[in-house]
Design a binder for this molecule. Structure first.
Ligand SMILES: *[C@@H]1O[C@H](CO)[C@@H](O)[C@H](O)[C@H]1NC(C)=O
Ligand SMILES: *[C@@H]1O[C@H](CO)[C@@H](O)[C@H](O)[C@H]1NC(C)=O
Ligand SMILES: *[C@@H]1O[C@H](CO)[C@@H](O)[C@H](O)[C@H]1NC(C)=O
Ligand SMILES: *[C@@H]1O[C@H](CO)[C@@H](O)[C@H](O)[C@H]1NC(C)=O
Ligand SMILES: *[C@@H]1O[C@H](CO)[C@@H](O)[C@H](O)[C@H]1NC(C)=O
Ligand SMILES: *[C@@H]1O[C@H](CO)[C@@H](O)[C@H](O)[C@H]1NC(C)=O
Ligand SMILES: *[C@@H]1O[C@H](CO)[C@@H](O)[C@H](O)[C@H]1NC(C)=O
Length: 438
């Protein structure tokens, strides 16, 4: 989707710039409700807020965490916040049912179970045993939602060399490559000389003009090689969304209290949304939790936007206020349960791409002129990049021009819905990313 397009463009553009330090704050995504991971605990705390727990996770370089939203135990040795050294691979084999906890992970897309290694505090890696040339190795890594591994710290070179030793592999491609035959770059974009750490083997890097690619060896060193040669490769899985599964703990939701809806109303909601009746009830419970005092005796109470924005999944969304306005039947961002249900339904897994596309277009069309113009794109870029990224005016303009060049087929300086839909058709990720978990 446009977002992904923009982000990939921003990665490309920032690649050639100076040595800016990328200060990406890790994000923990809700993966499973009512479940807890039994992977090794890095730290525990009696934090009652998810934000504090996430902060502890960042501080301890945790890859995942268990958090209990309604902590109610006074038991010795029990804590509502547990931050974990590793994250679950696909299938979540170490997850156990525990209605008190929700499981969060930096890795919200499926992680292969086979040959995936966790390096605590650093990340998740996948060793490709099959010998491939550099180009194909990178393609395979990308196919796993990863990239060739970053080794530009002593900790990483050491830990990853041990992964090679453990697998009896002598050397493997990593994410360092000479660009334009001159300067080594690391795959995340920076020039290698933006980082201080080096682990070149004696006489490396070779002057040989064909030695454009780099291997990590089990001796904890880096060696240059010809990119045409074939070697195993070390992929680093990239932490990011979208969310892997959308399973709610309906068992708990259904057990609580009698429904405020008649069977007929529920049937209507089921027919009008992409939800089942039990999901409708679950959505209502979530809505009620935002303002129990109001919704408790009036199931269709209208909640102000500020309340809706407290919904955890919305709170972190850069377009949160736009989303509320687009779904608000009074157009001011205030939402009734039906507005909320509609929102959750469009963002649900079962909503078709076309419906999602239509709403994405409305969300991005800030000025409501039925076109995504330059000012809309600027707003999109600014919100996506957030205050941390501090793009310069020329970088922002560059991004906007890139998007228009790519997508503005009739050259009128703005994207029509058809042009927008065209981008989305090309993006296999869109349906996946345009999702909010109930
Ligand atoms: C909290 O604890 C009380 C008493 O131990 C129990 O009755 C109640 O069900 C608990 N609430 C939750 C949400 O677990
Ligand atoms: C955990 O809960 C799920 C449904 O929420 C159920 O299908 C599964 O059997 C439970 N597993 C265990 C071990 O109880
Ligand atoms: C996983 O590792 C084993 C060796 O431990 C290797 O034989 C196998 O091909 C690998 N599987 C994949 C999918 O790379
Ligand atoms: C990507 O992975 C999938 C499943 O693991 C596989 O079926 C597919 O062939 C792979 N694609 C490429 C280009 O390697
Ligand atoms: C490679 O060279 C071309 C032109 O010579 C330049 O536009 C491009 O930015 C260079 N790439 C890198 C990564 O330095
Ligand atoms: C890879 O091989 C091709 C021909 O087989 C050659 O043209 C190219 O220069 C080689 N690339 C490198 C980096 O050695
Ligand atoms: C890698 O191998 C593929 C064929 O498998 C070939 O098309 C490509 O040019 C090779 N790339 C390099 C850099 O050698």
């Amino acid at each position: 989707m446009l977002i992904i397009l923009l982000l990939s463009i921003s990665l490309i553009t920032s690649a050639n710039l100076k040595c800016e330090t990328s200060t990406n704050v890790p994000k923990y995504h809700l993966i499973e409700k009512c479940r807890r991971s039994t992977l090794g605990v890095a730290a525990r705390a009696k934090f009652l807020s998810l934000t504090s727990c996430k902060r502890l996770g960042i501080e301890k370089k945790a890859l995942a965490l268990n958090f209990s939203p309604n902590w109610n135990s006074t038991g010795e040795g029990e804590y509502p916040c547990e931050v974990l050294k590793c994250a679950e691979a696909e299938g979540g084999l170490s997850l156990v049912n525990d209605t008190r906890f929700d499981y969060y992970s930096l890795y919200a897309n499926p992680i292969p179970t086979v040959n995936t290694t966790c390096v605590p505090g650093i990340g998740m890696f996948n060793l490709l045993f099959q010998k491939l040339n550099y180009t194909n190795a990178l393609i395979e890594c990308r196919n796993l939602s990863g990239t060739l591994a970053d080794v530009t710290s002593e900790q990483r070179t050491d830990a990853l060399a041990q992964v090679l030793t453990g697998a009896s592999i002598t050397s493997a491609f990593i994410g360092v490559k000479k660009e334009n035959g001159t300067v080594f770059h690391i795959l995340s974009g920076h020039r290698l000389d933006c980082t201080a750490y080096r682990a070149w083997a004696p006489n490396h890097p070779r002057r040989n003009p064909y030695h454009q690619c780099v291997l990590l060896t089990k001796q904890h060193t880096w060696r240059t090689t010809n990119c045409n040669h074939t070697y195993p490769a070390l992929c680093e899985l990239i932490p990011r969304g979208p969310y892997k599964r959308v399973k709610s703990c309906t068992a708990v939701a259904m057990g609580q209290g009698r429904s405020q809806f008649t069977e007929e109303e529920l049937q209507d909601y089921e027919d009008l949304t992409y939800f089942t009746k039990s999901e409708v009830l679950y959505a209502h419970q979530k809505f009620k939790e935002l303002a129990p005092e109001k919704v408790g005796h009036n199931k269709n109470a209208k909640l102000p936007m500020a309340k809706i924005l407290q919904y955890p999944e919305l709170r972190v969304n850069p377009f949160r206020d736009r989303i509320c306005k687009v779904f608000s039947s009074s157009n001011d961002g205030d939402c009734t349960f039906e507005d909320f249900l509609d929102m959750m339904s469009v963002f649900s897994r079962n909503a078709p791409k076309s419906v999602k596309a239509e709403h994405a277009f409305r969300i991005f069309d800030f000025d409501g002129d039925d076109m995504i113009g330059v000012s809309d794109l600027r707003e999109v870029v600014e919100r996506l990049c957030g205050p941390e990224l501090k793009l310069s005016e020329s970088e922002i303009q560059g991004l906007i021009q890139n998007v228009l060049q790519e997508a503005d087929l009739d050259d009128d300086g703005a994207l029509s819905f058809a042009e927008f839909e065209h981008i989305i058709d090309k993006s296999s990720d869109f349906s996946h990313s345009f999702r909010i978990r109930l």
